[in-house]
Write a protein of this length. Structure first.
Length: 678
């Protein structure tokens, strides 16, 4: 194996090499933070191809983000010295399922040019259903209904499969909405994200020949971030792996932090039960962080019970101790952290390599105000995504409607945008007529105009947009999608609408649309572009300029920084009280995993802090230290001195009296800690 043909194996440590060369049968790679999992995964793909175990199109590689898929593709291409087309089946769960579904759409009563709707479209559709079914959206919100529908889909349930075991009237009402919702989607020739995987599983289960074709073809299946899979994703993988059994999943059970998205850690913990004769490899050597940072994270996560277990280590430096500081209030916390960055870290570390990771997004406010005051550049990672901005969604809606006229949700968004004197009553009239006569909104509009049922002013506006849609569809035949977009913007009056409003907001919108037109250059056709927009994830954004990074710990997963600040480690905030109330011990373990993720983002320096008071939703709240503080290993921690805390919070010369209701373990731990610091 060590001949010139396989020199790429020499770049691996012994455990990594074992995980790469053991190709046959099910395999679980437990990859600790910074242990080179992407390197192992891509080298394994290259090794399969170099050993001629399979043709490139017989390998399926699944990731969770487009960024990860692109990174894997680039690395594999370099290893095998071929163009990126050498690995055609590589992408996210949703993008790969979209490919399958386009090919077999008729099996679930869809056309191959179906639209993939986003959350805003889901909300509008559910609102319409609630209105027609006389459901009071003040008592039950469309967002809640959608979350329940998504939960059913993540668990693999179509409406006909949902069992209302408790006879819950409330749930029964949502199930009825779910049934109508799915019927409407089929009528619109559309599906949502959950449908992409759910429909594929349904096709595989009901069409054994189709399943056999794909499961025989994919001789090797590789999955990244397996700990983040939900039930339906795991089922999809097991169906595809059924024939050859060569499935290799890479992940870290200690970084499973997305249960609120439907991620099921049991998929990871029970992998060897689902796939018999599983080989398990533990990647424990870390190439990112200092030993003190790793030992701190390992000591904390060792308190979890639901884990397979590993111990991170490095051949690198021991490094600085992790700094632990208590502040009087959250404002002091923000001021001191900014001072540390401004007066110390900035001299040796770029702001781009410094991050402040919070448990809840509201925590960034204090830091933002402080950074604005001292003139420090910062960026909020995970704010409004590019493709979720209103002006971008308007542009996309126009393109979707040109692409297929059945897209009623897109029609509703653009028919009176810019204003064309088409009011809500007219739109409701069109909708009701279309529903009654089983027509899409565009055809319903045409018919109502022919019957002279539309008021004169609205009729002029409707004829205008209908004629433009007809023209744009003709343009679509001989114009590329970028020129088509520019034509739509000019002829619809959208560009003029923005240019006529001279303010900063509209200037920003114009710049965003310019960026959209630039982004469209990267795609060969409109269908490819629209699919990309539907599948785009927040992590795919570009970072530019010297700015400190603010984000949630959830949003930081997969990233790394030279220095990391972890503020707000207080009971109720972290671990989060709402999570504990809803899911108990399971939530506590996930919160601890989140802490582990936060600490292991740091390469050289880590700072953990908590405050005694925090301003939240209009009130000052007295805080106590997170229970996680007491779980940090003492030998790896440096407790920083702080002034006035003992005088402001406790008088240690008198006995403390309190009710049983606040006699919490966290409170007692904090009392003990403050005495020790004094």
């Amino acid at each position: 194996m060590e001949n010139n043909e396989f020199t790429y194996l020499s770049n691996l440590n012994n455990t990594q090499k074992d995980a790469v060369i053991n190709l046959d049968g099910p395999c679980l790679i437990i990859a600790g933070a910074g242990s080179g999992k992407t390197k192992v995964l891509t080298t394994r793909v290259a090794h399969i191809i170099k050993n001629k175990k399979a043709w490139p199109n017989q390998i399926l590689c699944v990731t969770f983000t487009n960024k990860a898929a692109k990174e894997m593709l680039n690395r594999v291409s370099k290893l095998i010295n071929k163009q990126t087309s050498a690995i055609p089946w590589l992408g996210t769960f949703h993008s790969i399922c979209a490919k399958f579904l386009r090919k077999h759409a008729s099996a679930v009563n869809l056309g191959h040019n179906f639209t993939i709707i986003d959350q805003d479209d889901q909300i509008r559709l559910v609102k319409n259903i609630c209105k027609s079914e006389d459901i009071d959206t003040k008592k039950i919100s469309p967002q809640f209904i959608i979350s329940k529908i998504n939960q059913w889909k993540n668990n693999g349930f179509l409406p006909s499969n949902v069992k209302n075991s408790k006879g819950d009237v409330f749930e029964k009402g949502i199930l009825n909405v779910y049934k109508i919702y799915q019927e409407k989607l089929v009528a619109l020739n559309a599906c949502d994200f959950g449908d992409l995987i759910l429909y594929c599983v349904s096709i595989f289960e009901n069409n054994k020949e189709i399943l056999k074709t794909y499961s025989k073809n994919f001789k090797y299946i590789l999955v990244d971030e397996y700990q983040d899979t939900n039930i339906i994703q795991s089922k999809w993988l097991s169906l595809l792996a059924n024939e050859n059994k060569n499935i290799c999943c890479v992940g870290d059970d200690d970084q499973s932090i997305y249960s609120w998205r439907g991620a099921e850690i049991k998929n990871f913990l029970n992998f060897d039960k689902l796939y018999k004769n599983t080989k398990i490899f533990r990647l424990e050597q870390n190439y990112r962080s200092t030993q003190n940072i790793l030992s701190t994270a390992s000591g904390l996560i060792s308190n979890n019970i639901a884990r397979l277990g590993k111990n991170l280590w490095t051949e690198g430096q021991q490094g600085e101790l992790v700094k632990l500081t208590c502040y009087k209030n959250a404002k002091d916390e923000a001021v001191d952290i900014s001072d540390i960055v401004e007066k110390k870290l900035k001299k040796e570390i770029s702001l781009n390599n410094i991050a402040i990771l919070v448990r809840a997004i509201f925590q960034t406010r204090e830091f933002e105000e402080r950074f604005l005051k001292i003139g420090m550049g910062y960026r909020i990672i995970g704010g409004i995504k590019f493709y979720e901005r209103a002006e971008i969604k308007d542009c996309i809606a126009y393109l979707r409607l040109v692409f297929q006229k059945k897209d009623d949700l897109a029609f509703e968004r653009v028919v009176n945008n810019p204003k064309r004197s088409i009011g809500n009553k007219t739109i409701q009239q069109i909708s009701e007529y279309g529903s009654k006569n089983k027509l899409c909104l565009e055809n319903s509009s045409i018919k109502l105009i022919e019957l002279d049922k539309i008021k004169p002013k609205a009729k002029i506006g409707l004829l205008s947009i209908l004629n433009l849609l007809k023209k744009w569809r003709q343009d679509f035949q001989n114009k590329d999608h970028r020129k088509l977009m520019q034509t739509i913007l000019d002829e619809s009056g959208y560009s003029a609408m923005l240019k006529n409003k001279k303010d900063l907001e509209n200037e920003n919108k114009i710049e965003n649309i310019k960026e959209l037109l630039s982004a469209m250059r990267e795609f060969d056709n409109l269908e490819e572009f629209l699919e990309h927009v539907a599948l785009a994830t927040s992590i795919d954004q570009d970072w530019d300029g010297e700015k400190i990074n603010l984000m949630t710990m959830h949003g930081s997963k997969g990233l790394e920084f030279d220095a990391v600040f972890l503020p707000g480690w207080e009971e109720g905030l972290f671990p989060h009280q709402k999570s504990l109330e809803e899911k108990g011990d399971a939530a506590l373990e996930e919160e601890r995993r989140l802490a582990y993720v936060g600490i292991t983002r740091a390469k050289k320096k880590a700072f953990i802090s908590f405050s005694m008071n925090r301003f939240y939703q209009g009130d000052w709240i007295e805080s106590i230290a997170s229970r996680f503080i007491d779980e940090l290993p003492e030998k790896n921690i440096q407790r920083n001195e702080f002034s006035d805390v003992e005088n402001d919070v406790f008088d240690f010369n008198q006995d403390i009296e309190y009710d049983e209701g606040i006699r919490s373990p966290g409170f007692l731990r904090l009392q003990k800690k403050l005495k020790r610091i004094k």
